[in-house]
Design a protein around this ligand. Structure first.
Ligand SMILES: Cc1cc2nc3c(=O)[nH]c(=O)nc-3n(C[C@H](O)[C@H](O)[C@H](O)COP(=O)(O)O)c2cc1C
Length: 216
């Protein structure tokens, strides 16, 4: 993992586009954020792609552009018969506070997809900063689905019984309320039946431009 400090890292001669970005961002940066930036390390941007404008829209360019949106990383869990299934996802979004709804977008080709639709109940474990190996494990295509959670610490959600990973900053349990087809994914909306922030004192794992990142 390559990291550098912000104070060492900014270019000494900002380009006009840097100025614009700083102006545009200024309204959104409060004092606490500035303090955090100065206190924390920053990701290495030397691997950033060259600036590109008005690109052709392809799966790759869309993935790259949306990869600029830094997210947390979740493991979604469900059950199929007696088996626990798990899949890494970062498309989890809050939808409504009243009633409490969240969504996850699941590829129709994912083996997890059919099991999730069938069971109608799912867990969301928002991973902590130590959990990048778990994220990789549950994102590995073709991995053995049987016994996926055998060597993983988890508890059973009190509302639905799905597995909730221990190494997370927050955990939610959901019951599916709607499934919206959307291209090669389904948007699955669930009502939150239980939530826990037992791990809120830990840092989250982040994902940005195809890499895991850390706040500190
Ligand atoms: C950080 C990260 C986020 C991901 N987010 C999603 C997602 O939101 N939806 C999805 O369908 N796949 C997502 N994936 C890919 C799945 O985890 C991957 O395809 C997985 O192997 C599917 O498992 P399955 O086919 O065994 O069910 C993500 C992968 C990574 C590494």
């Amino acid at each position: 993992m390559s990291r550098r400090t912000v104070t060492e890292g900014w270019p000494s001669e900002p380009s006009p586009s840097d100025d614009y970005a700083e102006d545009a961002a200024a309204d959104y940066v409060d004092a606490a954020t500035v303090a955090l930036r100065l206190a924390s390390t920053e990701v290495d941007l030397t691997d950033a792609p060259p600036p590109r404008q008005g690109e052709r829209i392809t799966p790759a360019s869309l993935r790259d552009a949306m990869g600029c949106l830094a997210t947390g990383v979740c493991v979604i869990t469900t059950v199929a018969g007696d088996d626990d299934l798990a899949m890494t996802a970062n498309s989890v979004t809050s939808v409504s506070l009243q009633p409490p709804l969240i969504l996850v977008c699941v590829a129709k080709t994912a083996r997890f997809h059919d099991a999730l639709l069938e069971s109608g109940r799912w867990g969301v474990s928002i991973l902590d900063a130590e959990s990048h190996e778990l994220s990789t494990q549950f994102a590995t295509p073709g991995r053995d689905h049987a016994g996926q959670l055998e060597r993983v610490q988890f508890s059973r959600g009190p509302a639905t019984g799905v597995a909730l990973l221990t190494s997370s900053v927050a955990q939610l349990e959901c019951a599916t309320t709607a499934v919206h087809p959307a291209g090669d994914h389904d948007v699955i909306i669930g009502e939150v039946k239980y939530l826990s922030q037992a791990g809120a004192g830990r840092h989250p794992l982040l994902f940005h431009r195809g890499r895991y990142r850390w706040l500190l």
